[in-house]
Write a protein that binds this ligand. Sequence first.
Ligand code: MG
Length: 394
Amino acid sequence: MSTRRNFMRASLAATLGAAFAQSSARSAFAAPQVANAASALGKMKLSFRPYLLTLRHAFGVSGVTRTETMGVQVEIECDGIVGYGEASMPPYLSESTDSVLAFLKRVDLSQFNDPFALDDILTYVDGICENNAAAKCSIDLALHDLVGKLMGQPWWRIWGLNKEKTPTTMYTIGIDTPEKVMEKTREAAKFELLKVKLGRDKKSDREMIESVRAVSDKPIAVDANQGWKDKVYALEMIEWLHEQGIVMVEQPMKKTKHDDIAWITERSPLPVMADESLQRLTDIPKLKGVFSGINIKLMKCTGLREAWKMLNFARALDMKVMVGCMTETSCAISAAAQLSPAVDWADLDGNLLISNDLFDGVRTEPNGKLVLSDKPGLGLTKLEKPINRLDTLI
Ligand code: MG
């Protein structure tokens, strides 16, 4: 058995070596390590530290306003190659810096000899305990970054996606006073698609849209964040929003109100997307017929391994797909962006909302178009000092 396994590992190494010898003519990032990846890589070393994300503007959604978000930065090092990952823990989810650090202390990667064994490693990480999706995600991202670097290829390319097909990201306008909303909208004037947070009472919601419309005629996606209480009212709001040039509505009612949301979706002139109703892959079958599509977020679904499965599963069910984010550095945003050529909408502005980004990765054109890096893994370069990402739009 071990002879057969050694033969298969040697064959894999030879095949990968040949594949990347071919690609090295095109790629500046061909990695010779892959030739012996299956047999001679060193142990993986995990390290992590808390990192507080500072928001440029106070950020309001239905129910809560905040100025910073807790995060944890993760590294997995193997033979001098470092993979970067990140956990972000907005307060409305159940994780904290303490819970993420406690989880990461339980992760023992020394039992694995081969970072390419992504499936075994991430199944082990997922099985350590229930929940802790953001903590699990930080390992998943660091491992994907490491493996991509060892292969010398970015993940969009490993998955066979076309980087020219990236969408423009939405730019989120949080709930605020009319003056502040107009100021934020002017700041986002060049973005092709805005996202507006609603979900309060009729007067406040209409005031939000009218404030944006006072300074912009760009298409708008709306996120009600479960805020509307009545299905008839929600449908009336959606019909009014349709007249205002809104193109999509996210999570109109409470996540458990499947019957009401299905009633709305059946009658809605706009696609209705699931966010809070969705965590992981196993939730998707319950949402078919309730929503038009799903919003995949890495911090909720444990990372790229599961996100890729969710995307393909939703497509098989003929559902729309968007990829979203939390407040994150360009580490997790660049990870989510790897999927973006395959989605209908991207809501990947978490790095644009902070003033202390730690990485260069996916770039954003002034109109919001995502530009994927050709660098391997998640396409990241760690910065010498934190920057305000919105200042760097290309
Ligand atoms: Mg949402």
